[in-house]
Ligand binder design. Structure first.
Ligand code: CP
Length: 323
């Protein structure tokens, strides 16, 4: 298979963003931009993945990630097969590894996996000779969402150096937060984490020496007071309360959380007038943000979803053409 020489890609799998070289994520952004333009102008898209078989294997609910990977694959000419665990042989006791082996035997080329267990995509990648893309594993990583979010911001700011981004919500259980922190700090952004103490791991405030040089938890502040945390922000990223992963009671109730941490119209008057509001979705209106804020002109939520298609097209193509 000829490689796409204009773009750099060295990995067989996409399991998280921390293994990516800057040339690789820049390749994703530049290819995504090409596809975004073609999609927005309804131009013809070359079927670079014709005869490629992509399996979407989802053990957790998803709207955005699953549908955008399916659309991305189909737009590039691939065959896309969707397997949802609630109606698959998982219900008859088949393990993840045996399901991967089964898909492996069905002429698959790329396996896209979402799973409730952190590390599931890594396990899958060790049990197949196909490329695995992590579509979200437990509270660990969601690389394609982080790449989508950085791409969305780069389209607005050109460079993220010293851009102030405040993430508000359940940082502890959020795979989106973790992958976004890794990538956004690498791109030069300054991150403030805001939320109840029990939902922000202390490890995020330290310069963790165990990480690679390219990715470290530098440039991170923690501020539990919402008004202070968002006052000078260029971007507010609201995150969903991950109630499905909160096995012990971390907060008294969602109502109590909303009283202190919901972004509402009141906050729109005290933040930078050009501040952008992001949310990876799904949004629980009335908990992390109000309906008015979600629908305000600051909101990038729908743009994040649209950009997710182009970013996933870029990822599929780079992985397939370079393996
Ligand atoms: N952001 C995100 O992962 O959304 P879905 O769960 O709908 O895929």
């Amino acid at each position: 298979m000829p490689s796409n020489k204009k773009h750099s890609w060295k990995h067989k799998h996409l399991l998280d963003v921390d293994s990516l070289a800057s040339t690789e994520y820049k390749s994703i952004f530049s290819l995504a931009e090409k596809y975004n333009k073609l999609l927005n102008n309804k131009k013809m898209i070359k079927k670079t993945l014709s005869n490629v078989n992509i399996f979407n294997l989802f053990y957790e609910p998803s709207t955005r990630t699953r549908a955008s990977f399916e659309l991305a694959g189909k737009l590039l000419g691939a065959n896309v097969i969707n397997i949802a665990s609630n109606i698959s042989a998982t219900q008859k006791g088949e393990s993840l590894i045996n399901t991967i082996k089964t898909i492996n035997a069905m002429h698959s080329d790329i396996i896209i996996l979402r799973h409730e267990d952190s590390g599931a995509a890594y396990l899958a990648s060790q049990n197949t000779d196909k490329s695995v893309i992590n579509a979200g594993d437990g509270s660990h990583a969601h690389p394609t969402q982080a790449l989508t979010d950085s791409y969305t911001l780069l389209r607005k700011f050109k460079s993220l150096k010293n851009i102030k981004i405040t993430m508000v919500g359940d940082i502890k259980h959020s795979r989106v937060a973790r992958s976004n922190i890794l990538l956004l700090t690498k791109l030069g952004a300054k991150i403030t984490l805001c939320g109840p103490k029990v939902l922000i791991p202390k490890s995020f405030s330290t310069d963790n020496k165990s990480r690679s040089k390219e990715f470290s938890f530098k440039n991170i502040n923690i501020e539990h007071d919402l008004d202070k945390a968002i006052k000078n922000a260029d971007v507010i990223m609201a995150l969903r309360m991950q109630t499905e992963r909160q096995h012990s009671k971390n907060i008294p109730s969602l109502k109590e959380y909303a009283k202190k941490y919901q972004i509402t119209n009141r906050h729109l008057h005290s933040i930078n007038k050009n501040c952008l509001l992001m949310h990876p979705g799904p949004v629980n209106e009335g908990v992390e943000i109000s309906k008015e804020v979600a629908e305000s002109s600051l909101s990038q939520i729908e743009e994040q979803v649209s950009n997710g298609v182009a970013v996933r097209m870029a990822i599929l193509e780079l992985i397939y053409l370079n393996n």
